[in-house]
Design a protein around this ligand. Structure first.
Ligand SMILES: [Fe+2]
Ligand SMILES: [Fe+2]
Length: 179
């Protein structure tokens, strides 16, 4: 079942939420943040949680669901999920900006980092719970076996292209840094 793969990805995202929680505690205790760890955790949120995971949800699952005559309850949840993806994306963007300010020694940037982390810790677990417990399984009832197979194949194709996309973007970034 295609949503089985998405649920498996949720388990990995949850483990990263634990990393964010611990970093928030470290910030409170030490008054500073670990920039190297922050960079890794941001990359995880950008590449894995947002591009790879939300990408498959939005570009494949949600796209196919929009073609179906969903119940009003599922339609309502779908709209909420899309909105939460947008919020998660914006939060990571704010976090990246705050991290750059912190690296330049800008005052107040640590508070901005902490509030973005708090927001991530709040938004992701409830979003995941909503999908796992109230959305994915009832949604699958709208697809027959063949449609689910096709979706799984599209998920695999989506994942195959990601690493190439990531490193092409990284190259672009390196060129921009060199001017
Ligand atoms: Fe989602
Ligand atoms: Fe998800």
């Amino acid at each position: 079942m295609p949503v089985g793969l998405l649920m498996k990805e949720h388990r990995l995202i949850e483990k990263t939420i634990d990393v964010w929680k611990k970093e928030l505690e470290n910030i409170a205790a030490s008054g500073k943040t670990n920039v190297c760890l922050l960079e890794l955790a941001i990359d995880f949120m950008k590449t894995y949680a947002d591009r790879c995971h939300h990408g498959k949800e939005e570009d494949i699952l949600f796209r196919e669901l929009k073609k179906k005559n969903l119940s009003s309850q599922l339609k309502k949840i779908l709209a909420e999920l899309i909105r939460e993806h947008k919020i998660a994306r914006e939060t990571v963007k704010s976090l990246i900006e705050a991290k750059s300010k912190y690296s330049c020694g800008e005052k107040g940037s640590l508070d901005e980092i902490a509030s973005s982390i708090k927001f991530i810790i709040e938004v992701y677990p409830s979003h995941i719970e909503k999908e796992d417990k109230h959305f994915f399984l009832p949604c699958m009832e709208y697809f027959d076996g063949r449609e689910q197979e096709k979706m799984l194949e599209e998920f695999a194709q989506f994942d195959r292209t990601l690493i190439h996309e990531k490193y092409k973007l990284m190259l672009e970034g390196m060129k921009i840094m060199q001017g």
